[in-house]
Design a protein around this ligand. Structure first.
Ligand code: MF3
Ligand code: CO
Length: 245
């Protein structure tokens, strides 16, 4: 699990380095494919429930599951990359949102709060806690800043499959989630919006966009549950980088 997630984080570093105005989003798909070959890992998303790409690339109002395309990134856009691999039968999964050139203050604030909410959720991860405590911490962080948490998609356990029990909502769905156990790995992945938390799915049947077409951001780490501090597994060879917070 460490190695799978380290590779995902390395790939995300490389994608981030290539973000610039004028780059077609399909370039990041090609780069991801090439890096999977180099690392000798299988991409986890390609073919998953029929998903047609290696990478999810979601721009601006696209929340998650955006398709790479001939669309060119423009100065002021924000772009989320979500990437997964399978290494020796184990899954890695992580996501980040990057600014394209200079972006406006509201966009930076959205990315900062989304990343901060991810770490607020991760801080709770430890043996014995109720999984819903993670989402409660994420939600508190996001709503204190005046933004909204997407309900339609949730984080998840991860291991020999990409999606294992338990679901990890980014909000508190009620009381009585399952207690975490040391050795489990959870993918914590807040999707945060400027306006409404409601999403629409586009005609392509995958791309999730905000219903009000305002901006969305997405950060994800795969995190090992222990009896003490959580261990973030999706850390690249550059080390853990906080981009905005
Ligand atoms: N990080 C997302 C998830 O955990 C990515 C899945 S995209 C899919 O669900 F295409 F593979 F479905
Ligand atoms: Co995930």
């Amino acid at each position: 699990m460490r190695e799978a997630n380290r590779i995902v984080a390395n790939i995300l570093d490389a994608l981030g380095d290539a973000v610039a105005p004028g780059v077609p989003t399909m370039y990041f798909e090609e780069l991801s494919r090439e890096l999977c070959r180099n690392y000798k890992v299988r991409p986890a998303f390609l073919g998953y429930c029929g998903y047609p790409f290696v990478l999810c690339c979601s721009v601006n109002e696209q929340v998650v599951h955006g398709f790479p395309s001939e669309r060119l990134l423009r100065e002021g856009d924000i772009v989320s990359f979500d990437m997964g691999v399978i290494y020796d039968g184990f899954y890695g999964d992580a996501a980040r949102t990057y600014p394209v050139g200079k972006v406006n203050g509201k966009a930076v604030e959205l990315m900062r709060v989304t990343e901060a909410s991810l770490y607020a959720g991760i801080e709770k991860v430890r043996q014995g806690i109720d999984v819903y405590e993670i989402g409660a911490a994420v939600q508190a962080c996001v709503e204190a800043a005046g933004f909204s948490v997407v309900r339609r998609f949730v984080g998840h356990g991860i291991g020999r499959a990409m999606h294992e029990k338990p679901e990890v909502p980014n909000f508190r769905p009620g009381v009585g989630g399952m207690p975490l156990k040391a050795g489990m790995v959870v993918a914590v992945e807040p999707m945060v919006t400027e306006g409404t938390h409601e999403v629409d799915i586009l005609e392509d049947r995958w791309t999730a966009v905000t219903r009000d077409r305002k901006l969305a951001a997405h950060f994800e780490h795969s995190v090992l549950v222990t009896t003490r501090e959580p261990e973030i597994l999706s850390v690249s060879e550059r080390g853990l980088i906080k981009f905005f917070c």
